[in-house]
Design a binder for this molecule. Structure first.
Ligand SMILES: [Zn+2]
Length: 279
């Protein structure tokens, strides 16, 4: 089957669906111009000071830095917070939202991205699962309580040249300890998962309702690689259980099980192509 034929097939499946599940990985954000952390070189291009220290993304994204070098830890997360706040999500978000909103049984989002861009693009917060948490929510580094709070109004200023966050660093609301983003990091035993668990419960409830009503489901997966496979597994598990069509949009890893549809595009281009055929 040619790529054009696959695009048409994807549009037909999307049109026939009563419900839309959007699953998204890092490739979704890259198309908004957010840095690509895949591979050490992509990460180092975005953070030259961290490159000089020889730290990989996996080594930098570790909660130990909040005690070992809090000004560096907050430079890293504060820079990302500021960047995600000021970057507008690409138009593919809006296009998917339009399709999802028009579905009789509605939509849901499952994303490993911590950038909050689905909310920013207008998706309903109660219809989003952020499986790795959100940079727009903070928690205590000392786990004094299990409170997770909205980081709106919190600011982090960074001295760009030395890549150090300036005082005052974000603090816990309940004790003198530092705050940290409520993001699941590598080697992270103190991440508070209850906000994400509540989101997961809402998704499970929606999926159970779909299963009972035998609504037709389309899953559109965007930019989710096999390196951190949570998003890909979720897409595949859902169509295994409920039926429906998986439309996997990925420039490099677009292979799909069975009769599902893999499209070799970046997220924004893939959505655009399917939407053109959808009309
Ligand atoms: Zn605290």
């Amino acid at each position: 089957m040619s790529i054009d034929e696959k695009v048409t097939e994807a549009a037909v499946a999307l049109k026939a669906a009563d419900a839309l599940l959007v699953t998204a990985g890092a490739g979704m954000g890259v198309d908004s111009g957010l840095p690509d952390f895949r591979g050490t070189h992509g990460f180092w291009r975005a953070y030259p000071v961290i490159a000089k220290m020889g730290l990989s993304f996996e080594e930098m994204a570790n909660p130990a830095w909040f005690s070992e070098n809090p000004h560096l830890a907050w430079a890293f997360y504060g820079h990302r917070l500021n960047l995600y706040r000021r970057t507008p999500p690409h138009q593919g978000f809006r296009q998917l939202l339009e399709i999802g909103t028009a579905k009789a049984a509605g939509y849901f989002v499952f994303t490993s991205n911590v950038d909050g861009h689905f909310q920013k693009a207008g998706f309903a917060p109660e219809r989003i699962v952020e499986c790795h948490g959100s940079i727009h929510h903070f928690q205590c580094t000392a786990s004094c309580t299990d409170e997770i709070w909205d980081a709106e109004g919190e600011t982090v200023n960074i001295e760009e040249r030395s890549f150090r966050a300036l005082e005052p660093l974000p603090r816990c609301r309940n004790c003198p300890a530092l705050a940290r983003p409520n993001i699941l990091m590598f080697g992270d035993w103190s991440w508070l998962g209850h906000r994400t668990e509540t989101q997961q419960e809402r998704l499970s409830k929606w999926l159970n309702e779909l299963a009972k009503s035998s609504a037709k489901l389309a899953v559109v997966e965007l930019g989710a690689g096999s390196a951190i496979p949570t998003v890909r597994y979720t897409s595949e598990r859902v169509v295994d259980r409920l039926g429906g069509t998986l439309i996997r949009i990925n420039p490099r890893e677009h292979e799909v099980p069975g009769s599902h549809i893999g499209l070799p595009f970046g997220a924004a281009t893939g959505i655009q192509r399917v939407c053109e055929a959808y009309r």
